[in-house]
Design a protein around this ligand. Structure first.
Ligand code: B12
Ligand code: SF4
Ligand code: SF4
Length: 316
């Protein structure tokens, strides 16, 4: 079966899971996304307003596509944060930016599928390999492909791996039998909503303007005074709504991917190391990493607020 071949090829390339969904319009998600954008929850991520039709319909993104192949790569790493150090979310721990790692693996998967099933499986005109940056609702596709459910923290939770998984997408021009979605196991739990330090989560989804991940990674101007204290201790992303999730406590185990080897500076540096970091050192040490995307100046600003408000919150 084509489906088994794709899944076996994905596993042999090191992906932790792979699922298949039928490429079709996401009508309910269109309503949700519309409300989310109208409420301004995307903050200054103006790219989220663009390509609305493509975002809710992969056939508009890649005309002729029939199937969404979704891959997961575990990025969890079990290690305590050093004391007197800022917090960095686990997505950014690796020496090499995950976008590069996953894109390379997806291209290998594409080649294997082409070798077996022919060149016509993929669009020749349109980009069809995606990680993170394209207008496609990756978590919804992962859910549709039977790879987990969308938790109340809005993250995809895989039964067996938890939520510390990166999602990769390949759009195919041939029909492949889809997998069946699984139901949510959140039940009455709301631990993530309660633990979120900025109360960014609710039944309306995530208000990114309040999310530490948005403030530390995406927000490019000076952080407004009212929000500076949200950064207490954080300089790149936030994992709190994942850390408190009982399913991560049950399932998340350290990955074994050499390509995602953690950066030793991230594991060991304290505030003072980060404060003394020069632009040249930043370039040299983090050139290939996800921190490079945040940029030296933004990281420096984040360190300033993180340390100041970390100290204030500890002295309360
Ligand atoms: C913009 C973005 C962000 C923004 C906004 C996050 C958000 N929740 O939308 C910010 C910068 C805050 C962010 C943070 C993070 N992100 Co991000 N992000 C994205 C990006 C580029 C788009 C997400 C998006 O479309 N948001 C729009 C909203 C409306 O969509 P949504 O919340 O997914 O909701 C949809 C469905 O759930 C559905 N829906 C229908 N009914 C309902 C009802 C309810 C109540 C809800 C909640 C949803 C819902 O409708 C929505 C539209 O389809 C994706 C990559 C991609 N192209 O998909 C990565 C992505 C979602 N991010 C990822 C990661 C790893 C993170 C962080 C964990 C990083 C970190 N540690 O700091 C945090 C997690 C924060 C959180 N709780 O979500 C991973 C998620 C992996 C996973 N297991 O889920 C992705 C898929 C990237 C990747 N390729 O791996 N991210
Ligand atoms: S990433 Fe942090 S700030 Fe954002 S929703 Fe989760 S707990 Fe809240
Ligand atoms: S903490 Fe609870 S509500 Fe939140 S995602 Fe996990 S199981 Fe669902």
């Amino acid at each position: 079966m084509i489906k088994d071949f794709i899944k076996e090829a994905a596993a042999s390339l090191g992906f932790d899971a792979c699922g298949i969904a039928r490429a079709e319009e996401l009508k309910e998600d269109a309503d949700f996304l519309n409300r989310w954008l109208k409420a301004g929850y995307h903050g200054e991520m103006y790219y989220m307003e663009q390509n609305f039709e493509k975002r809710i319909n992969p056939q508009k993104l890649v005309p002729g596509c029939k199937t969404v192949v979704v891959t997961l790569l575990n990025y969890y790493i079990d290690c305590p944060s050093p004391t007197d150090a800022p917090r960095i979310a686990k997505y950014a721990y690796s020496e090499t930016d995950y976008h590069k790692v996953i894109k390379q693996k997806l291209r290998q998967l594409e080649n294997e599928i082409k070798n077996k099933l022919g060149e016509n499986c993929f669009s020749k005109e349109f980009q069809h390999v995606f990680v993170d940056s394209a207008p496609i609702l990756e978590r919804r596709w992962a859910e549709r492909a039977g790879l987990g459910w969308l938790g109340k923290n809005t993250q995809l939770i895989h039964p067996g791996l938890g939520s510390y998984v990166f999602i990769g997408i390949l759009l195919l021009n041939i029909e492949v039998e889809p997998d069946l979605p699984i139901s949510s196991r959140c039940g009455k739990c709301k631990l993530c909503w309660e633990a979120c330090p900025t109360k960014a989560l609710s039944e309306n989804g995530l208000d990114a303007r309040k999310c530490i991940s948005y403030l530390t990674v995406e927000y490019k101007r000076e952080i407004p005074t009212d929000f500076q204290n949200c950064l207490a201790g954080f300089i790149a992303g936030c994992d709190i709504c994942a850390e408190v999730c009982p399913w991560n406590k049950k399932w998340a185990v350290s990955h074994i991917h050499d390509e995602l080897k953690p950066n030793s500076h991230i594991l060991n540096w304290k505030y003072e190391n980060w404060e003394h970091l020069s632009s040249a050192d930043f370039e040299e040490i983090f050139h290939h990493s996800a921190l490079q995307r945040i940029g030296f100046k933004k990281i420096k600003d984040n360190i300033h607020f993180a340390k100041k408000f970390d100290a204030l919150s500890k002295n309360k």
